[in-house]
Design a protein around this ligand. Structure first.
Ligand SMILES: Nc1ncnc2c1ncn2[C@@H]1O[C@H](COP(=O)(O)OP(=O)(O)OP(=O)(O)O)[C@@H](O)[C@H]1O
Length: 204
């Protein structure tokens, strides 16, 4: 199933920040949002994740298909790394946290309280949670903040695997993730953005 956005306008504080936005994101595809600070990327992602209503337009294929990773890691600081992952796995009716521990290099940190982790380790744990949601559409806001080069590469690899398994990813980022074949959508406030269809693009 595609994620489809049609003639979408999104607003913060009642003020539209983006409008006339349309795109289709098919299974196996990634779309990177690019735009200057304040251009509305976070607002768009929050709207697609269902955290705020659309100002105008339609979103299809979102709802319970979305796993959203916001700017903040949203961890439970008094729970250990494994307890955090188990908690989230339970919320999403999943059981296996082992692949997430491996993918985000959390081995050796399993029993550490999340609150005692470094910023980059917290971010790795926050991103590892995506893998225990079982949800097909990853919506990611600046996912690589605080990550070192090796962790960025691990993250990109996790995204690639997710796409290869039929998932999709919508990401706002200012840095090059090395997802060479990902489509890029330039977000320009108050101007009609180009229509993007990822259905016919080569597999990432
Ligand atoms: N809580 C809020 N209330 C009112 N306006 C807000 C709020 N949060 C953000 N804005 C404004 O909405 C606009 C879009 O912000 P948004 O965070 O979506 O941009 P962004 O493209 O994600 O920026 P960045 O690259 O800096 O993260 C900006 O002008 C911002 O100042």
């Amino acid at each position: 199933m595609n994620l489809t956005v049609r003639d979408l306008a999104v607003a913060r504080g009642g003020v539209p920040v983006l409008e006339a936005l349309s795109f289709t994101l098919a299974p196996g595809r990634a779309l990177v949002l690019r735009g200057p600070n304040g251009s509305g990327k976070t607002t768009l992602l929050r709207t697609i994740a269902g955290l705020q209503p659309a100002f105008e337009g339609e979103i299809e294929g979102a709802g319970e298909r979305i796993a959203y990773a916001a700017h903040s890691d949203g961890l439970k600081s008094m729970l250990s790394v494994t307890e955090n992952l188990r908690f989230w796995a339970q919320v999403f009716a999943q059981t296996d946290i082992e692949p997430a521990l491996d993918a985000f290099d959390l081995r050796g940190l399993e029993e550490r309280m999340a609150g005692t982790l470094s910023a980059g380790q917290k971010r790795r744990l926050g991103l590892a949670r995506l893998m225990v949601t079982g949800r097909p559409v990853w919506v990611l806001d600046e996912p690589t903040v605080s990550l070192d080069t090796a962790s960025v590469a691990r993250f990109a690899e996790a995204v690639r695997r997710h796409l290869a398994e039929g998932g999709s990813a919508l990401l706002a980022t200012h840095i090059d993730l090395g997802l060479g074949e990902a489509q890029v959508l330039d977000v320009t406030p108050f101007k009609a953005a180009p229509r993007v269809s990822l259905e016919d693009e080569a597999f990432l």
